[in-house]
Design a protein around this ligand. Structure first.
Ligand SMILES: [Zn+2]
Length: 213
Protein backbone atom coordinates (compact mmCIF):
# COMPACT_ATOMS: atom_id res chain seq x y z
CA UNK A 1 0.00 0.00 0.00
CA UNK A 2 1.24 3.42 -0.86
CA UNK A 3 0.28 6.99 -1.49
CA UNK A 4 1.88 8.73 -4.47
CA UNK A 5 1.72 12.53 -4.56
CA UNK A 6 1.59 14.23 -7.95
CA UNK A 7 2.14 17.99 -7.63
CA UNK A 8 0.77 20.09 -10.51
CA UNK A 9 3.03 20.72 -13.50
CA UNK A 10 2.05 24.40 -13.40
CA UNK A 11 0.50 26.76 -10.91
CA UNK A 12 -3.23 26.39 -11.59
CA UNK A 13 -3.80 22.77 -10.69
CA UNK A 14 -4.37 20.89 -7.46
CA UNK A 15 -2.23 18.12 -6.08
CA UNK A 16 -3.33 14.67 -7.23
CA UNK A 17 -2.86 11.61 -5.01
CA UNK A 18 -2.78 7.99 -6.11
CA UNK A 19 -3.60 5.45 -3.39
CA UNK A 20 -2.65 1.88 -4.11
CA UNK A 21 -4.01 -0.86 -1.87
CA UNK A 22 -5.92 -4.01 -2.81
CA UNK A 23 -8.04 -1.48 -4.70
CA UNK A 24 -6.86 1.80 -6.14
CA UNK A 25 -8.08 5.37 -5.93
CA UNK A 26 -7.08 8.81 -7.14
CA UNK A 27 -7.92 11.82 -4.99
CA UNK A 28 -8.59 14.96 -7.09
CA UNK A 29 -7.91 15.28 -10.79
CA UNK A 30 -5.98 18.54 -11.14
CA UNK A 31 -6.76 21.02 -13.87
CA UNK A 32 -7.41 20.54 -17.55
CA UNK A 33 -4.04 22.03 -18.56
CA UNK A 34 -2.22 19.44 -16.45
CA UNK A 35 -4.26 16.48 -17.62
CA UNK A 36 -1.92 14.63 -19.98
CA UNK A 37 0.90 15.05 -17.46
CA UNK A 38 -1.42 13.85 -14.69
CA UNK A 39 -2.59 10.79 -16.65
CA UNK A 40 1.02 9.75 -17.30
CA UNK A 41 1.96 10.17 -13.64
CA UNK A 42 -1.12 8.25 -12.47
CA UNK A 43 -0.35 5.41 -14.89
CA UNK A 44 3.22 5.30 -13.57
CA UNK A 45 2.02 5.20 -9.94
CA UNK A 46 -0.50 2.44 -10.68
CA UNK A 47 2.29 0.29 -12.12
CA UNK A 48 0.00 -1.66 -14.44
CA UNK A 49 -2.97 -1.82 -12.06
CA UNK A 50 -6.39 -0.57 -13.06
CA UNK A 51 -7.99 2.44 -11.35
CA UNK A 52 -11.13 1.71 -9.32
CA UNK A 53 -12.21 5.16 -8.27
CA UNK A 54 -11.59 8.88 -8.64
CA UNK A 55 -12.65 10.83 -5.55
CA UNK A 56 -13.04 14.62 -5.76
CA UNK A 57 -12.65 16.64 -2.56
CA UNK A 58 -14.76 19.49 -3.96
CA UNK A 59 -16.14 21.07 -7.11
CA UNK A 60 -13.51 23.68 -7.99
CA UNK A 61 -12.15 23.50 -11.50
CA UNK A 62 -8.49 23.27 -10.48
CA UNK A 63 -9.44 19.92 -8.84
CA UNK A 64 -11.86 18.58 -11.48
CA UNK A 65 -10.63 19.89 -14.86
CA UNK A 66 -8.57 16.72 -15.31
CA UNK A 67 -11.54 14.38 -14.70
CA UNK A 68 -12.41 13.68 -18.38
CA UNK A 69 -8.81 12.73 -19.20
CA UNK A 70 -8.57 10.37 -16.21
CA UNK A 71 -11.98 8.79 -16.86
CA UNK A 72 -11.19 8.34 -20.58
CA UNK A 73 -7.90 6.69 -19.78
CA UNK A 74 -8.86 4.49 -16.82
CA UNK A 75 -12.65 4.13 -17.05
CA UNK A 76 -13.07 4.66 -13.30
CA UNK A 77 -16.16 5.74 -11.37
CA UNK A 78 -16.16 9.33 -10.07
CA UNK A 79 -17.22 10.21 -6.52
CA UNK A 80 -17.62 13.42 -4.53
CA UNK A 81 -19.44 14.62 -1.43
CA UNK A 82 -22.36 17.04 -1.53
CA UNK A 83 -20.58 18.98 -4.32
CA UNK A 84 -21.43 16.00 -6.59
CA UNK A 85 -24.56 17.67 -7.98
CA UNK A 86 -22.74 20.91 -8.91
CA UNK A 87 -20.01 18.88 -10.64
CA UNK A 88 -22.47 16.66 -12.54
CA UNK A 89 -24.50 19.71 -13.57
CA UNK A 90 -21.31 21.55 -14.64
CA UNK A 91 -22.55 24.52 -12.60
CA UNK A 92 -19.85 27.08 -13.35
CA UNK A 93 -21.02 29.37 -10.55
CA UNK A 94 -19.74 26.65 -8.18
CA UNK A 95 -17.02 24.91 -10.22
CA UNK A 96 -15.55 28.28 -11.36
CA UNK A 97 -14.96 26.65 -14.76
CA UNK A 98 -15.42 29.98 -16.58
CA UNK A 99 -13.06 31.79 -14.21
CA UNK A 100 -10.42 29.16 -15.03
CA UNK A 101 -11.22 29.49 -18.79
CA UNK A 102 -11.87 25.76 -18.73
CA UNK A 103 -13.87 23.32 -20.82
CA UNK A 104 -16.96 22.25 -18.84
CA UNK A 105 -16.62 18.77 -17.36
CA UNK A 106 -19.47 16.42 -18.37
CA UNK A 107 -19.37 13.43 -16.09
CA UNK A 108 -21.57 11.30 -13.86
CA UNK A 109 -20.70 11.62 -10.19
CA UNK A 110 -21.72 9.32 -7.34
CA UNK A 111 -22.41 11.16 -4.08
CA UNK A 112 -20.62 10.07 -0.91
CA UNK A 113 -22.19 10.69 2.51
CA UNK A 114 -20.51 11.71 5.73
CA UNK A 115 -19.31 8.56 7.51
CA UNK A 116 -19.08 6.41 4.38
CA UNK A 117 -15.99 4.21 4.47
CA UNK A 118 -14.08 3.36 1.31
CA UNK A 119 -12.12 0.20 1.97
CA UNK A 120 -9.13 0.00 -0.37
CA UNK A 121 -7.42 -2.75 1.63
CA UNK A 122 -4.50 -1.28 3.55
CA UNK A 123 -6.33 2.04 3.50
CA UNK A 124 -9.80 2.64 4.92
CA UNK A 125 -10.89 6.13 3.92
CA UNK A 126 -13.67 7.64 6.00
CA UNK A 127 -15.62 10.43 4.32
CA UNK A 128 -15.92 13.57 6.46
CA UNK A 129 -18.15 16.46 5.43
CA UNK A 130 -15.99 19.57 5.90
CA UNK A 131 -17.88 22.55 4.47
CA UNK A 132 -16.43 26.08 4.50
CA UNK A 133 -14.33 26.38 1.33
CA UNK A 134 -17.30 24.97 -0.59
CA UNK A 135 -20.51 23.74 1.01
CA UNK A 136 -19.98 20.17 -0.20
CA UNK A 137 -16.26 19.69 0.41
CA UNK A 138 -15.08 16.43 1.96
CA UNK A 139 -11.90 15.33 3.64
CA UNK A 140 -10.85 11.67 3.51
CA UNK A 141 -9.50 10.25 6.75
CA UNK A 142 -7.43 7.09 6.57
CA UNK A 143 -8.54 5.16 9.64
CA UNK A 144 -5.54 2.84 9.45
CA UNK A 145 -2.75 5.42 9.27
CA UNK A 146 -4.55 8.47 10.73
CA UNK A 147 -3.56 10.43 7.64
CA UNK A 148 -5.87 13.03 6.11
CA UNK A 149 -6.57 14.08 2.52
CA UNK A 150 -7.63 17.62 3.31
CA UNK A 151 -8.50 19.17 -0.07
CA UNK A 152 -8.71 22.94 0.26
CA UNK A 153 -9.78 22.92 3.92
CA UNK A 154 -6.34 22.81 5.57
CA UNK A 155 -2.92 23.28 4.01
CA UNK A 156 0.48 22.77 5.63
CA UNK A 157 0.45 26.39 6.82
CA UNK A 158 -2.85 27.73 5.59
CA UNK A 159 -6.60 27.48 5.43
CA UNK A 160 -8.96 27.41 2.46
CA UNK A 161 -10.64 30.59 1.22
CA UNK A 162 -14.19 31.07 2.45
CA UNK A 163 -15.15 33.97 0.16
CA UNK A 164 -15.97 31.92 -2.96
CA UNK A 165 -19.52 30.83 -3.91
CA UNK A 166 -21.01 28.45 -1.27
CA UNK A 167 -18.06 29.19 1.05
CA UNK A 168 -18.68 30.17 4.68
CA UNK A 169 -16.29 31.07 7.48
CA UNK A 170 -18.78 29.76 10.07
CA UNK A 171 -18.85 26.41 8.27
CA UNK A 172 -15.05 26.44 8.06
CA UNK A 173 -14.78 26.99 11.81
CA UNK A 174 -17.13 24.03 12.37
CA UNK A 175 -15.02 21.85 10.07
CA UNK A 176 -11.73 22.83 11.71
CA UNK A 177 -13.13 21.99 15.15
CA UNK A 178 -14.14 18.64 13.76
CA UNK A 179 -10.62 18.01 12.42
CA UNK A 180 -9.06 19.20 15.69
CA UNK A 181 -10.77 16.25 17.41
CA UNK A 182 -9.04 13.52 15.45
CA UNK A 183 -5.42 12.40 15.38
CA UNK A 184 -3.88 13.49 12.08
CA UNK A 185 -0.46 12.27 11.09
CA UNK A 186 0.37 12.96 7.45
CA UNK A 187 -1.60 15.80 5.85
CA UNK A 188 -2.18 15.47 2.09
CA UNK A 189 -3.54 18.89 1.11
CA UNK A 190 -5.03 20.03 -2.19
CA UNK A 191 -2.20 22.52 -2.73
CA UNK A 192 1.38 22.86 -1.53
CA UNK A 193 3.51 20.44 0.43
CA UNK A 194 2.42 17.49 2.52
CA UNK A 195 3.56 17.37 6.13
CA UNK A 196 3.75 14.88 8.96
CA UNK A 197 1.99 16.75 11.78
CA UNK A 198 -1.50 17.35 10.48
CA UNK A 199 -2.80 18.44 13.87
CA UNK A 200 -0.26 21.30 13.92
CA UNK A 201 -1.58 22.41 10.53
CA UNK A 202 -5.17 22.34 11.85
CA UNK A 203 -4.13 24.42 14.89
CA UNK A 204 -2.38 26.88 12.56
CA UNK A 205 -5.52 27.11 10.39
CA UNK A 206 -7.62 27.81 13.50
CA UNK A 207 -5.24 30.61 14.49
CA UNK A 208 -5.59 32.13 10.99
CA UNK A 209 -9.38 31.98 11.41
CA UNK A 210 -9.06 33.70 14.81
CA UNK A 211 -10.55 30.70 16.62
CA UNK A 212 -9.99 29.75 20.22
CA UNK A 213 -8.33 26.38 20.70
ZN1 LIG B 1 -10.88 24.96 -4.11
Amino acid sequence: MAVHAIPPSYAFGSNVFVIVGDRTAVVDAGSEGNSSYTVNKVREALGGRSLDMLILTHAHYDHIGGVPAIVDEFGCTVYAGKDARAIADADSSVTLCDDFDGTPVQVEVEELADGDVIDLGGHRLRVMDTPGHTVGEICLYDEKSSDLFSGDVVFKTGVGRTDLPTGSSADMAWSLRRLANIQINILYPGHGSCCTDGNASVRHAMRIMGMEQ
